[in-house]
Unconditional design. Structure first.
Length: 379
């Protein structure tokens, strides 16, 4: 792979390397597998505190919805996240961006959603722009104020939706703090009609749309994503075949989140036949303190194989090119093609099958973003 100014200028078998590319500085990957930099296209990166107490309750049989109704779940993380000063939250984000880069991740989507007030949501999104650094994965920010109805708006969800639509979204867009608007569409969260109102406001402000849908039940979320022209529809554990077909027709990328299946105890989508029919799915971590307390994207890719019947090569594609597509970045990252950013992960394995077959703490020996080594021990 050759690059200049952070962009790939050539990629192919070494014997075809053009002479002009052979000059200049060079790195020897020493037999490591060179894959495109990984793209984690769904995380809730900025949060304060963990929820191990809830983990025990879940193990004892409490459902995700039951825990949420008891004031646990998302709202308990909201009160902790509101209380944390921005510099502390920024430190948390840098820490997990660094850990993620050590696994080979070079681009990471990060949602707000543990603020749930104009002030706290803006605090989180400002933290995302503040932590941006060329030596960490690129952060793609998403406003997920419609993650839960905050306590002050209990029984007045429509008023909260109006606040997001009329005040927060225009402010976020004006300040360039997010690329995407996301909405948690579920019985315990927001209705399809509320999602339509928010999507309209997002569109007016130039934000692209993502949706959390059909996670705990089939709420017709996949079809809604197609109707609203979302860039991606995420979770989909209970999505109907008909909804998935509509998504495919509209070019909506499905994003599967194996950790959330495990922790929220939802059945993974059996993707084999859909993949064979030409559906595209990205796979991401969903990193958050409740339903997915892990930032380990390669492990999520392995689980996509064991739980959702991806081949290892399909899983790699799901964590690179398709994930880039779920972020509207397929022209920029996600594959080793001329013109794209020189983002690469160097993996200590002889093949993709060998890599994703083993659950390893970390097989990544080098991470290159924009042509520069941002983590690793290889060189
Ligand atoms: O993607 N589904 C909604 N939101 C998160 C869970 C967040 C939490 O439990 O704190 C998810 O699974
Ligand atoms: Fe999520």
């Amino acid at each position: 792979v050759a690059w200049e100014g952070g962009r790939i200028t050539w990629a192919g078998p070494e014997q075809h390397l053009p002479r002009e590319c052979a000059q200049g500085e060079s790195f020897n990957a020493k037999g490591a597998l060179v894959v495109p930099g990984l793209v984690d296209c769904h995380t809730h990166l900025a949060f304060a505190g963990w929820r191990a107490d809830e983990f025990e309750l879940k193990v004892r049989g409490a459902s995700y919805a039951e825990i949420a109704k008891k004031g646990g779940g998302i709202l308990s993380t909201v009160s902790k996240t509101r209380a944390v000063p921005a510099p502390e939250l920024a430190e948390h984000c840098r820490r997990y961006l660094r850990k993620s880069s050590e696994l080979g991740v070079t681009t990471l989507e990060a949602k707000s959603g543990y603020g749930l007030s104009a002030e706290s949501e803006l605090k989180i999104l400002e933290v995302y722009s503040e932590v941006a650094s060329d030596s960490l994965p690129a952060v793609i920010p998403t406003v997920l104020a419609a993650h839960a109805v905050p306590l002050e708006f209990q029984g007045r969800a429509d008023d909260y939706v109006a606040l997001i639509a009329n005040e927060l979204i225009p402010e976020v867009a004006k300040r360039g703090l997010a690329k995407f608007l996301d909405i948690f569409v579920e019985e315990i969260a927001f209705s399809k009609n509320q999602a339509r109102i928010l999507a309209e406001a997002g569109k007016r402000s130039g934000l692209s749309l993502k949706l959390h849908v059909d996670q705990l039940g089939d709420g017709g979320g996949a079809a809604l994503a197609a109707e609203l022209g979302a860039v991606s529809a995420d979770h989909l554990e209970h999505a109907s075949l008909e909804g998935l077909r509509l998504m495919k027709q509209r070019g909506v990328v499905g994003v599967l989140l194996p950790f959330a299946c495990l922790y929220a105890k939802q059945p993974p989508l059996k993707a084999r036949q859909l993949l064979d029919e030409g559906h595209f799915f990205a796979v991401a971590t969903d990193f958050n303190p409740g339903s997915a307390p892990s930032y380990h994207l390669p492990l999520a890719l392995t689980l996509a194989c064991t739980m959702s019947q991806f081949t290892p090569a399909e899983a790699l594609n799901a964590g690179t090119l398709i994930a880039a597509r779920a972020l509207g970045l397929e022209g920029e990252v996600g594959s080793l093609e001329v013109g794209k950013r020189a983002d690469m992960a160097l993996i200590d394995a002889p093949s993709v099958n060998e890599w994703l077959y083993q659950m390893q703490p970390n097989a990544c020996v080098g991470t290159i973003r924009g042509g520069n080594l941002i983590s690793g021990s290889l060189f």
